[in-house]
Design a protein around this ligand. Sequence first.
Ligand code: UD1
Ligand code: CA
Length: 461
Amino acid sequence: MERVEKPGRPISVVVLAAGAGTRMRSDRPKVLHEVGGASLLAHALGAAAALGPERTVLVVGHGGEAVAEAARAITPGIRIVEQAERLGTGHAVRCAAPALDGVEGDLVVLYADTPFIAPESLARMAAARDAGAGLVVLGFESADPGRYGRLVTEGDGTLLRIVEARDAGPGELAITTCNSGVMAGEAATMLRLLEHVGNDNAQGEYYLTDLVSLARAEGIGCRAVLCDEAETLGVNDRADLARAEAAFQARARRAAMLAGATLVAPETVFLSHDTRLGRDVTVEPNVVIGPGVEVADGARIAGFCHLEHCRIGPGATVGPFARLRGGTALGADCRVGNFVEMKNATLAAGVKAGHLTYVGDAAVGAGANLGAGTVTCNYDGVDKHRTEIGAHAFIGTHAALVAPVTVGEGAYVATGTVVTEDVPDEALAIARPRQTNREGLAARLRKTFAARKAARARSES
Ligand code: UD1
Ligand code: CA
C-alpha cells in the first residue's frame, strides 16, 4: 500500500478487533477471513502501516491468540492488548491506553473488520487536523443509514455529536451522514476524555463516539470528513464478505487495466491484493490469480489458468488451462500450454512445455523442450527430490524423470523413457522395450475374437 505523506506530528494507530464475529458462523476469527487473498486484518494493518505510525496497537477479544499471532506476522513490533469483556468501542480503545503510554502526537482509531478505508481518506483527516480540528471523524453519506451512528453536523462540516441509531430520536434517525468509526485526534486528549465516557445508553456500552460531545464541552473543535460509502463496507457475515470481495475485485481489475494490462473479460478474472501485472500483459477470460503473482510486461495468460506464488517473465505465454503453483518462475518468452502443472520450478528463457506436463521441484535450462506428457516424479511418498534439466535438452513425449535426476545440456530423452539415471550432456537416453512386429497376427486375432463372439451368441439363443 502506498505511504500517505506524513504530517509534522507522530501518529499511533489503534486497530479494534475484539468483536466476536458470531454472525460469520465460523471456527475462524472473523478478521482472519480473506478478501483478495489477504485477511481483513492484513488489509486494516496495511492501512495503518501507510500512516507510518510510531506505534500500532491491536485490541483483540478474549482468546484472540490466533489473531495476535497473525498480526505479529504482518506488523512486527505491533502491540497486542486484550479486551476481555466486550464493553464497547470506547472501552476497547481505553484497553489500549497502557500500550500507548508516553506516545506523543496523534491517535487514529481503525476497525479490523472495515478493510477498505482509502489512504487518501486518512490523509484528508490528517489535513483537517493540520487545519486545526481537535477531533476528526470519518463519515459517509448513505441512502440506507440503518444501524450506523449518525453524525450531527453543521453545514460547514463542524461535528456537534454522534448518536447511535439505537439511542436516536426520529429527527436524528433521518440524518443520512453516518459514522465510519474511524477517528483521529491528539492521543493524550483522546485517552484523557475516554476516562469520562459512561455507559448510560441503549446498549449499556462505553461508546467511542461520545468523545465528540466530551471534546466540544471543553471547547475542542470537532470535524467530520466524508469518504465514499464503499470504503466503509464492513464485514459481519459471509454475505458481507462476498460483497467485500466483489468490491475488492472491481477495484483491482480497474487498477490493473489503468496500469496497462488488457483484461478481455474483467469480471471473470480474479486478482489478489498483491497481484502485479506489467504493461501490455493480456489476461484472457476465466483466470484466477492467487497471492504472490507477478506477470512481466507483454506476457499473455490464456483462459482458465490458475496461478499463485509465481513469476512469469516478459513475453511468456501461459495456458489455456495451466496451473502454476508456489515457487514457479518462468523466464522470458517461455511457452507453457494446456494442462500443464508446475510447482517450485524454475524455467530459464524460452523453455517450452506445450501440453499435459507436470514439473515439480525442478530447474529447466534455457530453450529446453518438454514434450507432451513429461512428468517429473518428484515425490517418493516421503521426500521431495529435484530434477535438473540442462539448456536445450529435448525431453520426448511421455517421459518420466524419476528424481533426483539430472538431464544434461543438449541431451535427448527418447519418447516413453523412464529416466532413473543422470543423462550426460549431449547424450541420448532411451529406456523402453524394443518393438517387435508379428506378421499377420492382427488378422488372426480378429478372426479368433469374432468366432468366440458368434459361439457365445449361439449358446445364449
Ligand atoms: C460502531 C459505531 C457506529 C458506527 C459503526 C460503523 C460506536 C459506539 N458505534 O457501531 O457509530 O456507525 O461502528 O460500523 O462506536 N469492538 C471492540 N470492542 C468492543 C466493541 C467493538 O473491539 O467492545 C470493535 C469491533 O470488533 C469492530 C468495531 O469495534 O471492529 C465496531 O464494533 P461494532 O459492534 O461493529 O460497532 P457498531 O455497534 O456497529
Ligand atoms: Ca455494538
